[in-house]
Design a protein around this ligand. Structure first.
Ligand code: FES
Length: 117
């Protein structure tokens, strides 16, 4: 599932649960606990992306990674993950779980059923 910029208002808002706050500025980041995992949420290029925070290589926090060109770069060894799909360029075993995120002001919501549920 691809996350996208959106507002929590809407017909399916009931499927979203408030999980924290996220700044409105470009590159704002948050890490929240959700469905038994740590989820990183990044505002990038006018969209929201929510993906598994723990790097499948050796466990770095991907929320601390550099985001550029649609990829988050792991801060420890540089594996690159496409933030829209979760796919890793360096390893076929490195696909991240994704969730759909929304904001209402700075209130952050995640959809109850992501690919990681
Ligand atoms: S811990 Fe992420 S690439 Fe090694």
């Amino acid at each position: 599932m691809t996350a996208g910029a959106s507002d929590a208002k809407g017909g399916d808002a009931a499927e979203f649960v408030e999980v924290g706050v996220l700044g409105s500025q470009e590159n704002a980041r948050a890490v929240v606990s959700w469905q038994g995992k740590k989820v990183a949420v990044v505002r990038h290029g006018g969209a929201l992306y929510a993906f598994e925070d723990t790097c499948p290589h050796q466990g770095a926090s991907l929320a601390e990674g550099h985001v550029e060109g649609g990829y988050v770069h792991c801060p420890w060894h540089g594996w690159r993950f496409e933030i829209a799909t979760g796919k890793c360029r360096e390893s076929a075993y490195g696909t991240l779980d994704l969730w759909e995120a929304r904001t209402e002001g700075e209130r952050l919501f995640l959809r109850t059923h992501g690919s990681g549920s």
